[in-house]
Design a protein around this ligand. Structure first.
Ligand SMILES: [Fe+2]
Length: 188
């Protein structure tokens, strides 16, 4: 029988990694180990309590659950439902993404003169981990019509750091706002 994923231990490991000399490399290692275990079925994710409910976004996009947030790290479980393209955005901090179920389709954008222009795409698959720089602009959707589940760890306070959102058609940059983020969701 599978062991429940120890979310408290994972959060503690992420907090330690965030204060390491090389926090991105340390966080990648923590997330890689976690998604390998979850993707293999050796451990399973228990029912989660979050510290931030994400309002109507839950119904439309899936479930994002913040397990922990302080000034150094934000630890989330991101469940993405198929059928939607989420809009381009940055995080204004480094981020590490590890997928453990389904495929997370990432579109990456080049920033030029206050706009984001599509540059590359990558589907992140179970047990894979990627790192995003502070100014990286990405947009996610679930691949192949199946829900995707991933761990997203941010090296800073995601809910309070000013950051940017980009219009899905024009690519024009504006301050991040969650209601506008939902308004910019498009059908996949
Ligand atoms: Fe993101």
């Amino acid at each position: 029988m599978a062991t429940p994923f120890d979310t408290r231990q994972f959060v503690n490991e992420c907090r330690d990694a965030a204060s390491a000399n090389d926090p991105v490399t340390a966080t990648r290692a923590v997330v890689r180990e976690a998604v390998r275990a979850l993707a293999s079925g050796v451990v399973t994710l228990p029912r989660l309590d979050s510290i931030h409910a994400r309002r109507s976004g839950d119904m439309l996009l899936g479930h994002d659950r913040t397990l922990f947030e302080d000034g150094a790290a934000t630890v989330t479980v991101v469940e993405t439902e198929p059928g939607h393209y989420q809009p381009p955005h940055d995080h204004a901090m480094c981020a590490v993404i590890g997928v453990f179920e389904g495929g997370e389709r990432n579109r990456f954008y080049r920033r030029t003169e206050g706009r984001a222009r599509l540059a590359t795409r990558r589907v992140v698959r179970p047990a894979e981990v990627i790192a995003l720089r502070e100014r990286t602009v990405h947009a996610i959707s679930a691949d192949a019509g199946e829900p995707c589940r991933a761990l997203h760890v941010y090296l800073g306070p995601l809910s309070s750091r000013p950051r940017s959102l980009f219009h899905p058609e024009s690519g024009i940059e504006e301050p991040y706002d969650f209601d506008t983020y939902l308004y910019y969701v498009r059908a996949a």
